[in-house]
Design a protein around this ligand. Structure first.
Ligand SMILES: [Zn+2]
Length: 446
């Protein structure tokens, strides 16, 4: 009689490619939305990376038009899943016009979160499904809870989660609001403080200025939007010894990249695939591009090549932390829609602007606007003692970034307001442009 022995464990790379192939086959064969994509698939005899590269890109508009049923793979059934409680329909963050619903399978989300936590030393021991988390972000929509207005702490507490904020723009927080949140944080003693960096920077600055005792979360995880050097500086002042990391992901994709102890970003390769599309030569910085996310090992939702609207800068050498699985990014570079352009027309990411001016001493918040080609406006919230030299220095550095003939004006502000979505924009153009010809059409790597 033949004895069955288990196959040897596949090496990490093979396991990843097998997961990618399985997710792709499930989507193309079983999820109704992808029927029109099937003719573009070169087939299973071709390497899986080439199959992904041959396919279109999934947009938020596609999600809005075809969620939920288009993305639930057969034989699973959306109504049955809702009835049995295996899934929920959850709203993504953003304004009403760019908000979409997605099929939410809690066990997959938890597994994705736990796996991502293994990419920062010690964090996975804390992210164990019962960690106490305080959340500081827009109250419009945070995970599965949306609320705004005056609620008691009990009403803002969902099991092990505490939602701190109740105002749409943190610039409108009163001292009483800030004292309440700091007090709640101290008493709640969260394992993880999950925060929008712009919001936490404002709260941390207030605490540092008033001498309020610092809360003591075990970890601070920055998420929801691009963390600026300006934010890090203000947060670090209040929390000099707390590990602070940036976590990149979305409601649609789960956890995609985690910043490691060395400050680089590692892909959560067991739960997502990342396809990278660099800028065309001369149209943007080298090794920088946009990313399309496919989710892996989710039995309830097939998401393939979803354009999350963000850019990363690839690392060209191994990270000193030793993690090698999946892509390593030197930085998350901000949103595609927040690109600005040099006088020569080359794209400049939010990350590039932040590296140029984010470390200016005394700078508390900023926004760089580009009203038209070749013209720029720096708006800054500045500590009074630094005002005089800061604006001149910002102008000089922005000229270095955008070009010698850049026409730059500067403007002192008392605050930079949040967008309707509750998020802030560090950079923006005020004229229409599109991404045509910006990125390498065939240059995707993964
Ligand atoms: Zn690393």
């Amino acid at each position: 009689m033949q004895t069955l022995t288990p196959p040897p464990a596949a090496p990490v790379g093979e396991r990843y490619l097998a997961d990618c192939a399985m997710a792709l086959d499930l989507a193309l064969d079983q999820a109704p939305f992808y029927e029109s994509w099937r003719p573009r698939d070169p087939g299973q005899t071709i390497p899986v990376d080439a199959r992904y590269a041959a396919l279109p890109v999934l947009t938020k508009r596609d999600l809005r038009a075809h969620m939920p049923r288009g993305f639930v793979p057969r034989p699973r059934d959306f109504q049955t899943g809702i009835a049995t409680g295996e899934i929920e329909l959850v709203s993504t963050s953003g304004t009403s016009e760019d908000r979409a619903s997605i099929v939410w399978h809690q066990p997959w989300w938890d597994a994705s979160e736990h796996s991502a936590a293994s990419l920062y030393q010690g964090l996975d021991r804390v992210i164990n499904g019962s960690q106490r988390e305080a959340v500081l972000t827009t109250p419009l929509c945070a995970g599965t809870v949306c609320h705004i207005g005056e609620l008691t702490q009990a009403e803002r507490t969902l099991g092990r989660l505490l939602f701190l904020n109740q105002k749409a723009d943190p610039n409108h927080w009163t001292p009483a609001d800030k004292n309440r949140m700091l007090e709640e944080l101290r008493l709640f003693e969260p394992d993880v403080l999950e925060a929008d960096p712009a919001y936490l920077a404002i709260l941390a600055r207030y605490a540092a200025e008033t001498g309020a005792p610092a809360p003591k979360p075990r970890f601070i995880s920055l998420t929801y939007e691009f963390p600026s050097r300006v934010h890090y500086r203000q947060i670090r002042r209040l929390f000099p010894n707390t590990p602070i990391l940036s976590s990149y992901g979305s409601t649609e994709t789960g956890h995609v990249f985690t910043e490691c102890e060395q400050g680089r970003f590692h892909q959560n390769a067991a739960f997502c695939r990342v396809d990278f599309q660099p800028f065309r030569n001369g149209r943007g910085a080298e090794h920088v591009g946009r990313i399309f996310i496919s989710i892996l090992n989710n039995p309830w939702m097939a998401l393939v090549r979803f354009d999350v609207g963000d850019l990363i800068r690839l690392s060209t050498d191994p990270c000193p932390c030793g993690r090698t699985r999946g892509l390593t990014a030197l930085a998350i570079e901000g949103r595609t829609r927040d690109l600005t352009f040099t006088v020569g027309g080359e794209a400049v990411t939010g990350g590039q602007v932040d590296r140029a001016i984010g470390d200016l001493e005394g700078l508390l918040a900023y926004q760089v606007e580009q009203p038209g080609p070749g013209t720029y406006r720096f708006r800054g919230v500045v500590e009074p003692a630094f005002e005089k030299q800061l604006f001149a220095e910002a102008e000089a550095r922005l000229r270095g970034l955008y070009g010698d003939t850049a026409r730059i004006t500067t403007q002192r502000e008392s605050a930079i307001g949040a967008e309707q979505s509750g998020k802030f924009r560090l950079t923006r153009t005020l004229f229409p442009w599109d991404t045509t010809d910006l990125f390498e059409p065939k240059g995707t790597v993964s």
